[in-house]
Design a protein around this ligand. Structure first.
Ligand code: GLU
Length: 373
């Protein structure tokens, strides 16, 4: 029988997002690791898996060229390193993949590209078209333009966002440890490996500690955050050892990785954007009845349940929905502007036309444009 490419819990994989960190790609003996990674990706590609690689390493390559030992602390120097290093990084992949006649496509992103609904869905089309063409998209943060407000700051979160964007079945985060341990395994040899996490909780987050090194920006805590986003959106996530082990080991061997099981909550692409990606332009505070109707019954938000609003949103903008005491319960796309919601809050839908002089919708947020958090 053909050996499975994935652990038994993962039954069908059409789309896989692999994130690989700088340390794997640029520290001693990296050539072997990179060629193993590419070989494993080619194996998966030939087996019909649609692959997306989120690769760090631009800044680390640039640091090498400029003879810098420490990651620069200033943004301009990071940007310069990234500009120098990104094309070197792509050249490495180009050399490998072209031997197998597999096209690769570079996509560099900032938060702004994902937070804007228009750009997000445009990018989604580009990604699907690249995959349709049989290409492997290779993604990195666009570090050379990334000022603080639009920076992801690390590729763990970028990788999770890409997994959401393309609706991956699995997001694999390759790092230099075999996943999650109950304590820091570098500091404590008796740390116990956790092969499966079926639900994220504060005790899981506590295990992360703060594992970091000179080259990596996100520690285990960020990797867990990324896994949490992905699993809450209904996809599997793996954190595994891409340093001493191979991608294929991480996918198949439960000693080399931790598997995070998705919640049952399947979301549409629009709901994923609302829940985890889009930027909110305001807040709508709702009473208890409306909160329950949204969270427990999956209902739309009507004007009657609205108590208060904050912000200056326009119709179509993303807003947060919070309870009276400020608890975030959902996100949604508003059918009316902040000014209009102010005029109709607390009233029945049948009164909207009288208050606004027109009525485009009964709901302030329709259930199809709502994502419960
Ligand atoms: N985007 C950065 C780079 O390519 C790396 C960020 C990270 O490692 O998380 O150098």
């Amino acid at each position: 029988m053909k050996k499975s490419l994935f652990r038994k819990e993962i039954t069908s994989v059409k789309t896989l997002v692999v994130k690989v960190g700088s340390r794997i790609l640029t520290t001693q003996d990296h050539q072997k690791r990179v060629s193993n990674l590419v070989d494993d990706m080619i194996l998966l590609h030939k087996a019909g898996v649609r692959l997306i690689l989120v690769s760090s390493g631009a800044i680390a390559h640039g640091m090498k060229v400029l003879g810098l030992e420490k990651r620069p602390s200033t943004i301009p120097l990071q940007q310069a390193c990234a500009a120098i290093g990104q094309n070197r990084l792509m050249q490495v992949y180009q050399d490998y993949f072209s031997q197998h006649k597999i096209p690769i496509g570079q996509v560099l992103l900032t938060w702004d590209d994902l937070r804007s609904k228009k750009r997000y869905f445009n990018l989604r089309n580009t990604m699907f078209q690249l995959l349709e063409c049989g290409a492997i998209p290779i993604i990195n943060e666009n570090d050379s333009v990334g000022v603080e407000e639009i920076q992801f700051g690390n590729n763990d979160i970028l990788g999770a966002q890409v997994a959401l964007l393309v609706q991956a079945d699995v997001f694999v985060n390759l790092t230099d440890v075999g996943g999650l341990y109950d304590r820091n395994p570098h500091a404590d040899k008796s740390a116990v490996h956790i092969p499966v996490v079926s639900q994220m909780s504060s005790s899981v987050h506590k295990m992360a500690g703060d594992l970091k090194n000179e080259l990596s920006v996100g520690g285990m805590a960020t990797k867990l955050k990324a896994a949490e986003i992905v699993t809450r959106a209904g996809m599997f996530s793996l954190i595994g050892d891409g340093f001493d082990q191979r991608l294929t080991d991480v996918l198949t061997n439960d000693k080399c990785a931790t598997l995070f099981i998705p919640s049952d909550h399947r979301m549409s692409s629009r709901q994923r954007w609302i829940a985890f990606t889009g930027q909110s332009s305001g807040v709508i505070f709702v009473d208890e009845g409306a909160g329950k109707a949204i969270v427990e019954k999956g209902k739309s938000l009507l004007p009657a349940g609205i108590i208060e609003i904050k912000g200056n949103f326009k119709a179509g903008d993303k807003v947060e929905i919070r309870t009276r005491d400020g608890k975030l319960i959902a996100g949604g796309l508003a059918n009316y502007s902040a000014e209009e919601v102010k005029s109709i809050k607390g009233c029945r839908s049948s009164e909207i036309a009288a208050r606004l002089g027109r009525k485009s919708f009964d709901e302030v947020i329709h259930r199809d444009n709502l994502a419960v958090l």
